[in-house]
Design a protein around this ligand. Structure first.
Ligand code: ATP
Length: 298
């Protein structure tokens, strides 16, 4: 499903919405006024370089961190004051799960399952077996990849309406990663689960995300449907003697050693490229998602 991301909040009971989210740490700002709303059933891939603030944004979005300014809502409730009923509709998997490390996977599932009316014990059991996790081994003794798998199973078994995953594939091998992506696509397609996941793996975005949000220097630079990006953005190359004609308001610009420039261009409302693209000697190249990411953040 291609959902349209809204950049304004309309008092919605959307699964997830944030407005003006601003945060930083002692050594500087990280988020500079983020607005985002995630419609039901959308799968949003949040991408950005190391340290861009993806985990900070995710934690602020779901109320695990109090932002310096701005607000976050989950299903219409303030993220910092969620009711138990709303908490039960949400599952979050952090980048490095550490909670309840003294329990085994089975003990952890027995414990957390009680908090979810929708807990699917049969799914949890099957996934543990499919992913070769010993149900009685203490979580603290699992490898990082095994630990991440257990937490993903925990999140999926609760059958959440909103699934939030912080770099879910980081420690997974390719087989588990493929299984996870298939499960996400299935949940979104069949149960209408809304999913937000951060990643560095562009191919994962292409396989499963309906929408992409690109976090760079504290701002969401680009929010659009994944299918749209190829059509909407391109790279314009201008030789050195034409470099002055390069558009200045652009998502990314690079000057090469020979004086030529490349800029990321975006189609205008009427579907045409900016004028510079039509100049004799100019070249317009299609951009894949990965190229677009590198052009903007590189
Ligand atoms: N608790 C903290 N105290 C101080 N600085 C922090 C804290 N958490 C994060 N930061 C800093 O905030 C910035 C954003 O970190 P964050 O973990 O949100 O980025 P990220 O995009 O998730 O990174 P990565 O892709 O490497 O996981 C980084 O510069 C990081 O050093």
């Amino acid at each position: 499903m291609n959902a349209v991301l809204q950049s304004t909040i309309d008092g919605t009971d959307a699964p997830l919405a944030v407005q003006g989210l601003t945060h930083g740490y002692d050594d500087g700002p990280v988020l500079a006024g983020i607005d985002l709303s995630l419609p039901t059933g959308s799968v949003l891939g949040l991408i950005g370089r190391n340290g861009a603030g993806k985990s900070t944004l995710i934690r602020a979005m779901i109320g695990l961190l109090k932002p310096r300014a701005g607000k976050a809502w989950l299903f219409g409730e303030p993220a910092l004051a969620l009711s138990d009923a709303t908490k039960a509709r949400i599952a979050y998997v952090p980048q490095q799960p550490e909670a309840l490390a003294w329990l085994s996977a089975q003990q952890m599932f027995d414990y957390v399952g009680r908090f979810y009316p929708t807990w699917d014990a049969a799914f949890a059991k099957r996934m543990l077996s499919d992913w070769d996790i010993l149900p009685n081994k203490v979580l603290g003794k699992l490898s990082p990849g095994e630990r991440q798998r257990v937490d993903l199973i925990r999140a999926l078994a609760s059958q959440p309406e909103l699934l939030v995953l912080d770099e879910p594939a980081a420690a997974l091998d390719p087989v588990a990663r493929r299984d996870l992506l298939r499960e996400i696509a299935l949940r979104a397609g069949e149960a209408g689960t809304t999913v937000l996941f951060s990643t560095h793996i562009v191919s994962d975005l292409e396989r499963v995300a309906s929408d992409i949000a690109f976090l760079h220097e504290g701002k969401l630079l680009l929010q659009c449907a994944v299918d749209e990006t190829k059509e909407r953005f391109a790279r314009l190359w201008l030789p050195a003697h034409m470099s002055a004609a390069a558009p200045t308001k652009t998502l990314g610009q690079r000057r090469h050693a020979d004086g030529s420039v490349s800029v990321v261009i975006e189609r205008r409302q009427d579907g045409t490229w900016p004028e510079a693209a039509n100049l004799p000697g100019a070249r317009v190249d299609a951009l894949g998602l990965e190229d677009l990411f590198v052009e903007i953040a590189g």
